[in-house]
Design a protein around this ligand. Sequence first.
Ligand SMILES: [Zn+2]
Length: 238
Amino acid sequence: MSNTYRIGKIIGIPIKVDISFLIVLPLFAWFFSSRTMPFGFAGVQPEILKYGISLLTAILLFASVLIHELAHSYFSLRYGGSIKEIRLHLLGGVAAMKKEVHEPLKVIIIVAAGPLSSIVLGALLLILNYTLNPVSLREGNSLFIVAFILGYLNIFLGFYNLIPAFPMDGGRILRAFLSIYMDFVKATEKAVLIGKIFAVSIGILGLFTNIWLLLIAFYIYGNASREEQLVKMRYNRF
Ligand SMILES: [Zn+2]
C-alpha cells in the first residue's frame, strides 16, 4: 500500500508527498496563525488574510525542505549517483538513493550541499527583508514577515542538520570524513559513538533545562544505533 502522492518532477526526480504531510501542513499553518509577530500572524486582519498567509508560509517552509533535498540530489547526480525520488513527510524530507556515491570527498560535498543551501537561502531571505523592508527586520507588512520567518527557519534548519550525529547530515559528513582514514564500517562505528556521546550530553542538559532536548536526545541515540546496525548488516560485520 502506498501512502505517497506524486506532485511533480524536478531535474528528472519524482517529487512525492507522504500522507502525513496533509496533516502537518494545516498544523503548521495553524501554528503560524496563532503566534504573534515576528514568528506568526496572530494580529493580522482580515481573518482570511491571516489564514491565507499562514498557509502560504507553511507551504513555502516545505518548499524550503524540498530545495534542501534537491541540493543533495543535484550533487549526487553530478557525481554519478542516482535518485529514486524525493519524499516530503511529517518530519521533513528525504532523497531516496537508487545508486549511492562512495568516494568520501564527493560524499562530503553531496551531504554538505543540503545544509549549506538552507543557510544560503535563509541568509538571502533575511538580507532581502533587511534591504527592502522600510520598517525593520522583525516588523513590516505580512510578506516581509513571511521572508523573516522563512529566513530564520532555513538558517535554523541548516545548522540543526550540521549536528554531527545520525540521522542529521552532520553525522554523514563526519562518517565520510572518517572514512578517508579507515574503512566504512569502522568510520560508521566512530561516527555513531560520537553521535551517542552528543545525544547523552544534550539529554543530560535537557533534564535540567528543556524536556524537548531530552526527546531529541532519544531520537538521535535511537537513530545512531539503527544506522550502525544497518551498515553492519549490509557489510555482514558483527
Ligand atoms: Zn539534508
